[in-house]
Design a protein around this ligand. Structure first.
Ligand code: 13P
Ligand code: SF4
Length: 348
């Protein structure tokens, strides 16, 4: 199937660090509004620090489903805020910029998924959380990078899986579940433009420059297969390469005893890793791996969101009702959320 690819991406909007009073005003407004602030690991450090919870997409979805607050301010990208709204339809969900999309989610539409399903009757559709609500509504199961293997493993042997939209994560899941691509599991040919650019050559150079370092790779990276090849060839010890979600990276960081760790993912992740273990040096494999959508959530937009109550995320109730089962199964599967994958912001 052909994929739709966005032809242009937003430019990362740079803002200077806010004045020291900014965090106090954000926290005071959040209290007044009975709002909880959630921030993804790829957010700007200053936004991570003002949030109530910071984590990967699974941890944040679980927190969104449980918090008692009337309002959720989601500092992340649109599909994450939409997922929170699907799980908590009675809460007001705000995102500081509704245009903060995702190039990976944009690679498949609900119409394309319906056509793909028609080619594979009887297959179970497993959608990565990086999809629109309409695509989730067409899916049987939803997953994130931290529980994709558990979710696909829950599908009975002999039942084909349509895995979408990330082909690198799909290949990783196929490897770990022993499913043969093209027979037991079919992969949509989508990719995230940020992780696609972290390729094998970039990783090989970083490993050659720092042969003593451990390596953490997000499964969306184009270099995920190269990382395993480096381990298989003995260039780097197999126990020193981990392919993990952003929350999994944090678990690894806490356990790390080496001097240096190379990190292949979006650079916002480094903030939590460095906070988690100050004794280790965490270096990006690609310092230019910046998600322009994540960086649309600027400090001034966070403040405006809280002052003006916008942008409110709406999901058509009929679509949400059809998507909810798949999303609820996602948050029920895999390791539980706790301080390991969601840390409390340090600004209060
Ligand atoms: P995580 O599920 O690891 O947080 O990743 C989300 C994402 O968008 C990665 O690009
Ligand atoms: Fe989407 Fe890629 Fe940004 Fe993650 S890093 S939100 S997959 S564009």
């Amino acid at each position: 199937m052909a994929t739709t690819r966005p032809t242009s991406f937003p430019v990362w909007i740079h803002e200077d660090d806010p004045a020291p009073e900014w965090a106090d005003e954000v926290r005071a407004l959040a209290r007044q509004r009975d709002a909880v602030i959630l921030a993804h690991n790829y957010q700007l450090p200053v936004v991570q620090d003002v949030a109530d919870h910071v984590g990967d997409s699974l941890a944040l979805a679980r927190i969104a489903a449980q918090v008692p607050n009337a309002e959720i301010v989601f500092c992340g990208v649109h599909f994450m805020a939409e997922t929170a709204k699907i799980l908590s339809p009675d809460k007001r969900v705000l995102i500081p910029d509704a245009a903060a999309g995702c190039s990976l989610a944009a690679t498949i539409s609900a119409d394309q998924l319906r056509a793909w399903k028609a080619e594979h009757p009887g297959a179970v559709v497993v959608a990565y959380v990086n999809t629109t609500a309409e695509v989730k509504a067409e899916s049987d199961l939803c997953c994130t990078s931290s529980n994709a293997v558990d979710v696909v493993a829950s599908v009975p042997d002999g039942t084909a899986v349509l895995f979408l939209p990330d082909r690198h994560l799909g290949a990783h899941v196929a490897r770990l579940t022993g499913r043969v691509v093209g027979r037991d599991i079919h992969l949509w040919d989508g990719q995230c433009h940020v992780h696609e650019d972290i390729g094998g050559e970039v990783l090989e150079q970083a490993v050659a420059d720092h042969p003593e370092a451990d390596v953490l790779v997000h499964p969306e990276c184009a270099c995920a297969t190269s990382a395993l090849a480096l381990a298989a060839s003995g260039t780097i010890g197999a126990d020193r390469v981990r392919i993990v979600s952003t929350g999994g990276m944090l678990d690894e960081a806490r356990r790390a005893t080496v001097d240096r760790v190379l990190v292949a993912t979006e650079v916002g992740m480094l903030h939590q890793l460095r906070r988690a273990n100050a004794g280790v040096r965490f270096d990006p494999v690609d310092p230019w791996a910046v998600c322009p959508y994540m960086k649309m959530i600027t400090p001034s937009r966070v403040l405006t969101a809280l002052r003006e109550g916008r942008d409110e995320v709406q999901v058509d109730p009929a679509v949400a009702a059809r998507a909810r089962g798949a999303v609820e199964r996602m948050i029920a599967l895999g390791s539980p959320t706790g301080p390991k994958t969601a840390t409390t912001g340090g600004a209060r």
